[in-house]
Design a protein around this ligand. Sequence first.
Ligand SMILES: Nc1ncnc2c1ncn2[C@@H]1O[C@H](COP(=O)(O)OP(=O)(O)O)[C@@H](O)[C@H]1O
Ligand SMILES: [Mg+2]
Length: 393
Amino acid sequence: MADKVEKNICSYCGDAPVNHKLYKLANLFSSVVDSHMVSTTKYAPQFLKDFAGFIPVVLFNTLNKIGLSRFSDDIEKVSSFRSRVIWEEANRRGIKMEQVIIGKKPIEWYRARILGRWIYFESIPIQPEFLDFKKDWDDKIVLKRELEKNGIPVPHHEEVSIFNTKKLESVFKKFKDKVIVKPKIGSRARHTITDIKTFDDFKKAVSIAREISTHLVVEDHLDGYVCRATLIGGKLAGFYMGKVPFVTGDGKKNISNLIIEKNASNNPRYSIKINEELINYLSRSGFKLEDILPEGLVLNLSHRRGQLSGGYTHEFIEELHPSFIPVLEKAAKVVGLSVVGFDCIIPDPKSDQANQKWGIIECNTLPFIDMHYYALEGKPRNIAGMIWDLWGV
Ligand SMILES: Nc1ncnc2c1ncn2[C@@H]1O[C@H](COP(=O)(O)OP(=O)(O)O)[C@@H](O)[C@H]1O
Ligand SMILES: [Mg+2]
């Protein structure tokens, strides 16, 4: 039955469940080791960096020679929509593109023939000179520290790790208003708990986030639209607002039935899932599934936006207030990436940025550029075209 609570896989992982123990171990490894590795590679001699760019070339060609892999020109086997928009644009420009198949499995690695030579890349053809990160930008603390230094708005934040003995009470007391807790290095909003107002909920959130990460971030909860700004070659290329799933009360039906009704009228791919995460989210807003929602009251059901969680996206670049552009472009300059997606929370993207409390919450180094194509509202942006433009092809 649709109104039963789904108890299946971990609801805090959303639409992308992971093995908690392995994920936590991988995260611990990157938290402890990555920051040092990045600083080591920063000072590595150029020939070593060139060699790193050379590894996929040697690897895939060797695997090919011994018959373990091959290159496929079948776009239908493409591993993600993100790579598909890149490939479709390559086809439009007459650039030959192929995918690596290991055994029988197509993987997220590709090659393209540009100016007489093959370039190898993971999903997005980023020029090699931009793959040499100055810092580990996927680390949400490292990023915020650098942006803050450069006067770019970020929410107030604190780190909580199993290695520091800071008492949870003293961390919680540093925040005046509601907070969120999330893994320091994470994605797809896994084990992220928002809207925390009480110390009890804070402790619960810390233990849920700790299931997959030893290092956590506590942040000011920012209110507003969760937006994605994608910058290509330092210029703002796309900007969409993600909207979370919601129901609107009619004074008669309870929340559970409102969800069932909404799901029935939508494509099942976009259905809202009633699970433990949703129930806890509702309870932090003071609601239960059985509550009748007053007429006209709009109730958010999750912090998850995007289509797989019942939310939707709106491409908005043309309506964005121009005051945001220099700030976002400065952020791209700080990280020095040629392809980057910043997640921001903004109460009103149509008004001057200086007059509202907004901030950048994270940086994606391999952003889902396809979201700018499949936005359910607004005019699509051809981000892949802008990426190929950087190669001059
Ligand atoms: N400071 C914040 N205030 C309010 N909501 C937040 C905040 N940080 C994260 N969130 C919510 O959690 C989601 C995931 O956080 P994010 O930092 O983008 O991590 P990731 O996407 O890598 O999991 C966001 O899309 C947003 O809905
Ligand atoms: Mg995000």
